[in-house]
Ligand binder design. Sequence first.
Ligand SMILES: Cc1ncc(COP(=O)(O)O)c(C=O)c1O
Length: 465
Amino acid sequence: MGVGYKDIYQRYTQSILSGSLKPGEKVPSIRVLAQDLGVAKKTVEAAYDILIGEGYLVSRGAKGTLVNPDLKFRETPPEAPQPLEDPRLQELLELRDNPGFLRLGIPALDAFPHKKWLLLSGKAIRAMRPEEMMSPPVMGYGPLREAIANYVNISRGLNCSAAQVFITSGYKHSLALILQAMTGARDKVLFEEPGYFFGQKLLKRMVQNLHYVPVDDQGLDVDFLLRHHADARLVITTPSHHSPLAVTLSLPRRNRLLQWAQSENAWILEDDYDGEFHYTRKVQPALKSLDTQERVIYVGTFSKTIMPSIRVSYLVLPKSLVGKFTETGEIVETGQPLLPQKILTAFLSDGHFFKHLKTMRSLYQARRMMLYHALQRVYPDLFEFEQTDGGMHIIAYLKQGTQDDRLANLWQAHRLMVFPLSAWYAGTSRRYGLIMGYTNVPSEQEAVRLVSLPYRETMALLATA
Ligand SMILES: Cc1ncc(COP(=O)(O)O)c(C=O)c1O
């Protein structure tokens, strides 16, 4: 049976009463809806007449028909999301949706070059050619791949061509794609301990033979890897600034790691997520810059340098893997949205990116000191800090006690979105502290105000530690 006027009436009342169609929203004209539903105009007309008569819809002449803007409903609370099995993940997702302060891993939102971006967006939309409205290229937009190759060669010391660059939509996408293309069910995969929380989650789900390699003040413990896991197929590491400890992998260890990969035909995934931000000495080139034997898959992202919601990241593949990734990509991928790639290309190629990075570096350096000073002033005996070179967060290590979990909860209740360091460990041996982002701290005074908010609860908790 076809759609009758009662069905149309019911669909509208349901949508309006459930709040999915809101007061003031425009509804399709009688002619358009009749065509869409494949019914006679008079069927829709009959339904609209009743809906107007009952006050659900109003007709505004040339403006069309709207859901009555004067309708008032009691706000229906949004359906409660189903709780996740993993309580820690649940907690993180709740934090993610609440911007708060001291948030980890985001760039300075007040310093985003809006005007420039708007200008380039307009240009990119105007220049959209008909062929660019079809499916985007799976490996990424050609000019962006070129611009990235130029950038990483100049800035991070790589020596790659555009053909080696594969555009992805973030770290998890990059990691999943690499696992799919490179590893079999039994292959041993290594991850840092401690290591990036979301990376660890994804690996636990996707890799059966997952092992951990400890990290100390020189970065990944390569000797441990050689002693216990020389048979691994892939190691995932953050050499520029370890996540989250922010230590830099030493040169001797870099060389040993590369030698191991070469002699065992293993692969290294270099996650250079915030390698752009060094403040205390000259910028260290990426591990991949030493990779003469082509064993390193380099993973970069624009989440830290532009904004996370742009969802543009990239792999730089060893030449020998380009064919394999092209094939895997063509089977399992559909390419990334083209427009953001075009805007980003203009931002990179017109020299704005380098200027933006320079501004961000000095801003972050200053903001980092503001947060340090504020913490030292408000909590002189509570935390200790280690000298690290850069990145976008600091770790305030607890001098005493192991309750970073509870402490983080207390701070989060004041919308201070800090994370407990212990949560980044997969095993039981761990260090304790709060991980804090400083990129959005506007002044030292504000930093003092913010970190003082949970002062009483913090002191009370530590008195019981
Ligand atoms: C260790 C690490 N790798 C990679 C990323 C980048 O993730 P994405 O590109 O998905 O934003 C982050 C972001 O927080 C990170 O902390």
